[in-house]
Ligand binder design. Sequence first.
Ligand SMILES: NC(=O)c1ccc[n+]([C@@H]2O[C@H](COP(=O)([O-])OP(=O)(O)OC[C@H]3O[C@@H](n4cnc5c(N)ncnc54)[C@H](OP(=O)(O)O)[C@@H]3O)[C@@H](O)[C@H]2O)c1
Length: 218
Amino acid sequence: MWFWNRKGASGFSASSTAEDVTEGIDGSGLTAIVTGASSGIGAETARVLALRGVHVVMGVRNLEAGREVKEAIVKGNPDAKVDAMDLDLSSMASVKKFAEDFKSLNLPLNLLINNAGIMAIPFMLSKDSIELQFATNHVGHFLLTNLLMETIRKTASASRKEGRIVNVSSRRHQFSYLEGIRFAKLSDPSGYNSLSAYGQSKLANILHANEIARQLKV
Ligand SMILES: NC(=O)c1ccc[n+]([C@@H]2O[C@H](COP(=O)([O-])OP(=O)(O)OC[C@H]3O[C@@H](n4cnc5c(N)ncnc54)[C@H](OP(=O)(O)O)[C@@H]3O)[C@@H](O)[C@H]2O)c1
């Protein structure tokens, strides 16, 4: 496709790999949380961060699958520092428990990669009675970010290294409902469209990232 090799301002293109963009970077001494690291983009992100020396904590709802990914990473790189911890982003209780468990490890937190996501599912409610895509893709990550913000700030200040919070969104953020985010109808099954609801949750990821960037600007 025409855009595949077209380089952006970063010097990378859609065909650049995670290894390409981290080439030559020494991540030793850094700690990252990657949500949804049991498959897909999250698993590859965890693998490559570990390859660069970052201590990776994978937040996964399926610990068995998480451990398999961890074993595969360590098999390819015996020096990799990777842990898998239980995290169900569709449940606020689980997000709170994960944040507490992480904080009890007394690790720094340089990178928070909010990656986990579900797409275009039939209408369902989370345990907290929020439409499931919005609950998983946005609310869980919003809460997680808030609960870990102090640790991220303290780490950046003590290490004098800027932290990073990455929300993995999607081009589909442009295809939310006509109103943008249906605040008054978030968990209302009437008029539900699975792709628009996905787009809505991905739009929320972008608005969240924009607001954090605004608040953390120095
Ligand atoms: N692939 C693409 O073309 C594409 C394009 C644009 C944006 N994205 C975005 O990229 C991110 C990763 O997508 P992917 O393609 O790598 O998908 P994927 O292979 O399906 O991975 C999604 C991950 O999220 C996890 N997850 C789902 N619900 C969760 C929950 N309640 N709590 C914790 N983890 C949960 C899944 O865990 P389980 O294994 O337990 O299900 C899985 O590890 C998503 O945010 C997606 O919206 C992907």
